[in-house]
Design a protein around this ligand. Structure first.
Ligand SMILES: [Zn+2]
Ligand SMILES: [Zn+2]
Length: 254
């Protein structure tokens, strides 16, 4: 098994050391893909960006078949050229594409949801996700389709396939057509409602031709590495989706 989505100290919001991550990987007997945050569009100077040279310099000596060096790239329309350049000019093992902003509004911030209906803001989120997949077709993995469910102030935060089936179908199709693997992000998966409502999305992925899946904890602290992996495996097994990870930008089966 591989945990294909892990943040360490090169990410603005993590203090985890590589040594801590490696110990956990050993304990659980799983491989790790480090995926540090690179949100080129983040408005705060230096936030959620990292020095790629330092990253490879410091972690390169630990790189092996069980420790791969990737990136979580924040997708945004206005920064798509910069993003492409970063990926083309560096030898990451794996590129995860994420949507963390709606235009210039941070999905993490409460103000993004002020005076907005859930349905309307979720629709905008999904439309933006689709647009940005089209702008970043070279990514290997689409991260956390349920990202917006983490931070919205709504009593019921879940994303329901049936409420947005048209746009979710388009997102899934654009992943499949561009050889982008969808991720099961296990961060929220421990809640029954989350698993129940994500399942129909992965089921649809399978129905539309999806074959492979990536599993990642999105750990920012060592305790979260490998979190809820048995639940993610239940989903992948029941839908006959093959769990994969990327090394040197090439897909590998477990
Ligand atoms: Zn993310
Ligand atoms: Zn992440």
């Amino acid at each position: 098994m591989f945990d294909s989505h892990i943040h360490t100290k090169f990410s603005t919001d993590s203090n985890m050391t590589l040594e801590e991550a490696l110990l956990k990987g050993k304990e659980y007997n799983i491989g790790l893909v480090i995926t540090e945050h690179m949100d080129t569009n983040h408005p705060e100077e230096g936030k959620f960006k990292f020095n790629i040279e330092d990253y490879f310099e410091e972690y390169g000596k630990y790189r092996n078949n069980n420790l791969l060096l990737g990136i979580e790239l924040g997708m945004s329309r206005d920064f798509k050229d910069i993003n492409r350049e970063i990926i083309m000019n560096n030898s990451f093992d794996q590129v995860i594409g994420s949507l963390h902003f709606l235009g210039d509004k941070d999905i993490f911030h409460k103000s993004t949801y002020e005076n907005r209906e859930k349905n309307e803001v979720y629709k905008e989120y999904l439309e933006s996700l689709l647009e940005n997949i089209m702008n970043h077709t070279y990514i290997d993995i689409l991260a956390h389709i349920d990202y917006i469910c983490r931070y919205g102030p709504f009593e019921d935060k879940e994303l329901y396939y049936d409420e947005h089936s048209d746009i979710i179908d388009e997102i899934i199709k654009s992943c499949i057509n561009n050889n982008i693997v969808m991720e099961i992000n296990t961060r929220r998966l421990g809640l029954k409602a989350v698993k129940d409502n994500l399942f129909p999305i992965y089921k649809r992925y399978k129905e539309l031709g999806g074959k492979n899946i990536s599993i990642g904890s999105d750990a920012h602290v060592k305790e979260h590495i490998g979190n809820n992996f048995s639940l993610a495996t239940e989903i992948s097994t029941s839908l006959d989706l093959k769990v994969v990870y990327f090394k040197d930008r090439k897909m590998n089966y477990l």
